[in-house]
Design a binder for this molecule. Structure first.
Ligand code: GLN
Length: 537
């Protein structure tokens, strides 16, 4: 039977609940425990797959094809263990299940209510991952802030679980803010007191308080918070603003978060934490020997969260090569054939991001052309790969109006076309080609050299594909399909041979890069970018 830790947040959003959950999980894993993290989100969307990245940041995809909150990306990157469909639950998902059951007649004769029917379904899902023998500890992060109307059923479920789970298998951790008032030159504990009172008013007494702060809390203030909030003296933990998210586990280790948690959960004989590789990563990340500049061309550039897995992948791979990766975010809308040279010449690498829809496509094509003609290392992901094919078809093959069916439904030159089984799709939620699929790599290709393997599994999220009717022409002209799905023949990777490093992938390698295991393609890309930057002097 697994033990359960629930992480709630108070005072404001954006305090870093996801990073806290991931850091705590990392510390517990470092002590040999098998840990997973799940996120319960209060919104009505069944999953974030239908949301614009401006609304909710990146949509992360798991091996089993779940479209999830971006926090699951942090969980995987910190923990190095895959998550699944079961690790992200939304209010919408819960209601959908309960209402479908009601329609089937499963509750016949009963009034279906938030308590107990919705809370029963929430609790069932909260306990689900712990039913297998795979985990010792399940950490559940509750999205939103305590006091929000929409997260109430989640908080109520946590309250009920207190009476269902053995005392030593149940822990509530509450993350709050201790703001610094510059007028008073003082850290203030009142918002934390109020936030805990709010939680207590729902019947939930947190065991541990994690206080986000700009300055040191100090023993007296910790004692004061403990006293007012009804927790043990050693159960107030400082979570100071850090230089980088990777410092957070080590900062929390200094605060003995892991030993306190282990004590509260009744573990008394547990090995010392092994964080050697983590520390090595931080050392390399913070003391780079080299530096490169990569232009990321996309549509949601203003919002860092929109491409978070990509930026993180650069950091993982950069650290591996002791290389600082400076990312220049370039709005696809602002690029054209005329200004490409001016905007891109200073770059050591060009990266074209995934995306949907027509906006910014011509800018992306201009960037790809510039990288191809000037032999700048190029990496395109998903839509970035599709654009690379369109650009090559237009400017090398001479198919003047080559495009994707996504941008022009009636085109006669769909070098990128809709996948056969996508033609019958009527509902847009959860209906893309999602999750991990196998891919065979051509011998001697950039991809095969990077992966050091001839067969890989990568995660997908798309509806369109390279139209195989054009493949022979593309290959003859020098754009090769070097990764192909063995079952469907779908082209997953294209490379240009007459170029030092030009690769487009239909899948999303960024979802599988972790701190301790940088993704092979990102690693190879940084290596190529670094080599190119050296040639420029
Ligand atoms: N819009 C493209 C498709 O659906 C690419 C998707 C993506 O970049 N994730 O195929």
């Amino acid at each position: 039977m697994a033990k359960y830790i629930f992480v709630t947040g108070g005072v404001t959003s954006s305090l870093g609940k996801g990073i806290l959950a991931a850091s705590l999980a990392r510390l517990l894993k470092a002590r040999g425990l098998r840990v997973t993290i799940q996120k319960f989100d209060p919104y009505i969307n069944v999953d974030p797959g239908t949301m614009n990245p401006f609304e909710h940041g990146e949509c992360y995809v798991t091996d089993d094809g779940a479209e999830t909150d971006l926090d699951l990306g942090h969980y995987e990157r910190f923990l190095d263990t895959p998550t699944s469909q079961a690790n992200n639950v939304t209010t919408g998902r819960v209601y959908l299940d309960v209402i479908s059951r009601e329609r089937k007649g499963d509750y016949l004769g009963k009034t279906v209510q938030v308590v107990p029917h919705i809370t029963d379904e929430i609790k069932r899902r909260m306990l689900l991952l712990g039913q297998s023998d795979d985990y010792d500890i399940i950490i559940t992060e509750i999205g939103g802030t305590v006091g929000d109307i929409e997260s109430l059923p989640f908080i109520e479920s946590i309250r009920q679980l207190k009476w269902q789970l053995p005392k030593e298998d149940y822990l509530v951790v509450h993350l709050t803010l201790v703001p610094f008032l510059s007028a008073a030159q003082e850290l203030k504990t009142k918002p934390t007191q109020h936030s805990v009172k709010e939680l207590q008013s729902y019947g939930v007494q947190p065991h541990l308080l994690i206080c986000r702060t700009e300055y040191e809390l100090g023993a007296d203030r910790k004692r004061k918070i403990a006293n007012f909030c009804n927790v043990g003296d050693d159960c107030v933990v400082e979570m100071r603003d850090a230089d980088s998210i990777y410092d957070v586990p080590l900062n929390l280790l200094k605060e003995n978060l892991d030993t306190t948690v282990l004590r509260l959960l009744g573990y008394n004989d547990i090995v010392a934490p092994d964080l050697k590789k983590w520390k090595e990563f931080i050392k390399r990340h913070k003391n780079p020997i080299h530096s490169v500049t990569i232009g990321v061309i996309g549509k949601y550039i203003e919002l860092k969260d929109a491409y978070i897995s990509i930026y993180e992948s650069f950091i993982h791979a950069g650290a591996k090569h002791s290389c600082e990766v400076k990312v220049v975010q370039i709005h696809a809308d602002q690029l054209s054939q005329q200004n490409a040279a001016q905007k891109l010449s200073h770059l050591d690498g060009v990266f074209v991001a995934p995306g949907f829809g027509n906006r910014g496509i011509e800018g992306k094509l201009s960037a790809i052309r510039f990288a191809r003609e000037n032999k700048i290392p190029f990496f395109g992901v998903c839509l970035g790969m599709q654009c690379a094919v369109i650009e090559f078809a237009r400017n090398v093959l001479g198919v003047k109006n080559a495009t994707s069916r996504e941008f022009d439904a009636k085109t006669k030159n769909a070098v990128i076309d809709i996948m056969e089984d996508q033609k019958k799709v009527t509902h847009l939620g959860g209906s893309m080609r999602l999750g991990a699929y196998p891919c065979d790599l051509k011998k001697g290709s950039i991809a095969e050299k990077a992966y050091k393997s001839s067969s890989i599994f990568e995660r997908h999220r798309h509806r369109y594909e390279l139209n195989n009717e054009y493949l022979e022409m593309l290959e003859e002209a020098g754009m090769k399909a070097t990764g192909v799905n063995p079952d469907s023949n779908l082209v997953e990777i294209v490379e240009i041979l007459d170029h030092p490093w030009f690769i487009g992938v239909q899948f999303h390698p960024e979802y599988k890069s972790t701190i301790l295991n940088p993704h092979p393609l990102f690693s190879a890309y940084i290596q190529a970018v670094l080599a190119y930057s050296k040639t420029r002097g």
